[in-house]
Design a binder for this molecule. Structure first.
Ligand SMILES: Nc1ncnc2c1ncn2[C@@H]1O[C@H](COP(=O)(O)OP(=O)(O)OP(=O)(O)O)[C@@H](O)[C@H]1O
Length: 684
């Protein structure tokens, strides 16, 4: 067998390292050379520009651009080689098929021998690499663009290589759910999310390589790798469609800036550029305009947690149903029939009969009513102007504006806001629309109003986006998805966990979302990788998800500290912090029920070293001790988590239960909780 012993493998690794180093040195010097060339070409251009005619200037510019673009490509290759220098590959498969091919080494990027042109390392996204993720020793196959390749897998080996040195090598006969995965999961967290290429599991690989779904919805338990997989899926697509899609064609709809920062390492680690991100509230501003003021999602969550007003809850719940979207659709599709009454228009003594307006509008193709009225006014004014000219009558320029005004007046409402407000009269529930002080919209009205605006006025969509990634799907309502459906006409990956809704009154399940995207494909992921069995079981007792299967990894039991007084609780918190400081974990998340409580605790602990507060204005996720709210902690993870104040006074509603579940499931290795008084009902 080729490289059968560890010694042979190590020698082979050295030979590969040499080839990589060789190429790296060549590329670096050619890059230095092209930087000098570009500088000289630019200098020459500016020195001679006065003597050049237009065509010469254009030709010179073109030449400079082409050298720049080729050196950008070289810089990309250099970046890839830097990754390979550290760890050229992480796996090997010996796959035998009719063409007789045998060992395939798999790495983050592909690498070939310059002289022989032979592929030495296969990119983890290449078709053959899927054998590593999908197959066990024995008959095996993989999909290629030309069909299925049938063969036989004879060996599967995994390596841990860092700084060019082999740390270990493991023969893995069954799945990748073995020693390497255990080692990866037991290590302390990195500051940011990391790539999982070496241990992607079979069911995860299926999601990553799914090319057919227009809209792919992933419901996955806490810690099941949804976010990781979605990012690897993006990297896969950038590889698979490299000639037609680039990272600038992709967009991630993320819950906040910290989350965006937290996931920002994965694509660069995979050798791809990061993709742009946007938040739902930015979309709302794009649609509604800067003048419309509205409550943020975080403010809505805080208000529910702090006020717990049943009427507010009722309004939110009502607007989060699929039925609500159906009613809004029904109302908006009949605006013209129900609220537009054509009338005769008299201009300069000539009458345009209402019947003509009605007939003209009926002949127009489907378009938002406001556009239809504008077009009708323009076209009617043009026709009347022709008529005036034929009859030698004077056509005054202001008649066109008058026509527009008169046609607009045939519609019962002046603005999108009026149209939206009337919807509640239409459904006989005017009490469900409440403006906050200073005419601010409640958050639950923001997207129904945006949907109304798109239906009534139409607005520019995000036509440039070819793939949209929506994370934390459970926190968005059917109307929000309907808005997304109108604005993004591209492929989508939507992921989340209905068990982690930070506002259970407006949470969306996979069923709700797929009813908005009937063509979607839905996938459920049940295996959970983040937390130890002990932490997973503890979280399960708070909010049970019968489908969850935690990866077999053990750790300390979570500890719930009952404290007699607030002072004793603060002392306990300080003790836990001291323990963290002397231990080996890199980060400790102190997760409070609300942002206000997080701020209070931060105030109390301010004297402590390297404690930082994470709120909705934060932009970065850092190592150390972080105090934050359960809402803000969504999507993040910590080696160790401390949840203070888990008394029944603080945590008693269904919403509190969800918050507690989210907070507990952020912990990878260690979880502590403290309370004063009576322990919350959600902990047994
Ligand atoms: N195949 C895998 N190999 C190694 N680690 C994995 C694998 N899948 C997931 N993980 C790890 O599990 C943790 C959770 O992953 P991720 O944050 O993507 O899950 P999630 O489903 O989005 O979580 P949540 O919904 O709870 O925020 C991360 O540390 C990730 O690296």
């Amino acid at each position: 067998m080729f490289n059968s012993t560890e010694r042979e493998e190590k020698a082979y690794l050295s030979s590969i390292n040499e080839l990589i180093e060789d190429k790296y040195v060549k590329i670096s010097s050619s890059l230095n050379g092209s930087s000098q060339d570009i500088a000289e070409m630019k200098k020459e251009f500016w020195e001679n520009i006065a003597d050049m005619d237009g065509a010469e200037k254009a030709a010179n510019r073109e030449q400079i651009h082409s050298v720049i673009s080729s050196s950008e490509n070289t810089a990309d290759i250099k970046r890839d080689l830097e990754k390979l220098r550290n760890s050229p590959y992480f796996a090997r498969i010996d796959y035998k098929d009719d063409s007789g091919r045998l060992p395939v080494y798999i790495g983050i990027k592909g690498f070939r021998d310059e002289e022989t042109k032979k592929s030495l390392i296969s990119d983890w996204r290449a078709p053959i690499s899927s054998v590593f993720y999908d197959c066990e020793i024995g008959p095996a196959s993989f999909n290629t663009p030309d069909g299925v390749n049938e063969g036989h897998l004879e060996l599967k080996r995994q390596y841990k290589i860092s700084s060019g040195e082999m740390q270990y090598m493991i023969e893995s006969n069954i799945s990748i759910d073995d020693e390497v995965l255990q080692k990866e999961l037991s290590s302390t967290s990195d500051e940011k999310m990391k790539n999982i290429v070496a241990t992607i599991q079979k069911e995860q690989n299926e999601v990553i390589r799914n090319e057919n779904a227009g809209v792919l919805i992933i419901q996955g338990a806490a810690g099941s790798g949804k976010t990781s997989i979605a990012l690897h899926r993006i990297a896969f697509m950038l590889y698979r469609y490299k000639n037609t899609i680039s990272s600038s064609d992709m967009l991630v709809l993320s819950p906040n800036k910290v989350f965006g920062n937290y996931i920002s390492n994965v694509l660069p680690e995979l050798g791809e550029d990061n993709i742009q991100e946007i938040g739902f509230e930015e979309i709302a501003v794009d649609v509604l305009g800067k003048k419309v003021k509205f409550q943020s999602f975080a403010e809505q969550v805080s208000s529910l947690l702090e006020e717990n007003d049943p009427e507010e809850r009722g309004r939110i719940e009502y607007k989060s149903t699929v039925g609500f979207l159906d009613m809004l659709d029904d109302y908006l599709s009949n605006l013209e029939r129900d609220y537009f009454k054509a009338q005769d228009v008299k201009l300069g003594g000539v009458v345009l009969p209402a019947t003509k307006i009605t007939a003209y509008m009926a002949g127009l193709p489907e378009m938002p009513l406001k556009k239809k009225m504008d077009k009708t006014a323009r076209d009617m004014a043009r026709r009347m102007k022709d008529f005036f000219e034929k009859k030698h009558r004077e056509w005054k320029t202001e008649y066109a504006a008058e026509m527009k005004r008169k046609i607009e007046a045939m519609f019962q409402f002046r603005s999108t806001m009026e149209v939206y407000e009337n919807f509640y009269t239409f459904i006989g529930r005017p009490e469900l629309f409440r403006l906050l002080p200073k005419r601010m919209l409640e958050y639950s009205d923001v997207f129904p109003m945006a949907y109304t605006k798109i239906a009534f006025e139409s607005i520019a969509d995000y036509g440039y986006v070819r793939h949209l990634l929506v994370d934390e799907m459970q926190d968005y309502t059917p109307v929000q998805y309907a808005v997304i459906g109108k604005l993004f006409r591209c492929k989508m990956t939507i992921l989340g966990d209905s068990n982690q809704a930070v506002n259970p009154y407006s949470a969306s399940s996979i069923e709700k979302i797929s009813s908005v995207f009937p063509e979607s494909e839905c996938i459920r992921l049940c295996k959970s990788y983040r937390s130890t069995i002990e932490i997973s079981d503890f979280a399960q007792a708070i909010s049970t998800n019968p489908d969850i299967v935690p990866v077999e990894r053990h750790g300390e039991l979570p500890v719930v500290y009952g404290c007699e007084t607030e002072k004793i609780q603060t002392e306990r918190i300080r003790k836990i912090i001291d323990g963290f400081r002397t231990g080996s974990y890199k980060n400790l998340g102190i997760i409070c029920r609300t942002q206000r409580m997080a701020e209070e605790l931060y105030g109390q602990l301010k004297g402590e070293d390297s404690v930082s507060l994470l709120d909705f204005t934060s932009t970065e996720f850092t190592d150390g001790i972080i105090i934050t709210s359960a809402h803000m902690s969504k999507g993040l993870e910590f080696d160790q988590v401390l949840i203070p104040n888990v008394s029944d006074h603080e945590y008693h509603t269904v919403m509190d239960q969800k918050m507690l579940y989210v907070a507990c499931t952020r912990a990878m290795h260690k979880l502590d909780l403290t309370y004063v008084g009576e322990k919350t009902r959600w902990i047994l």
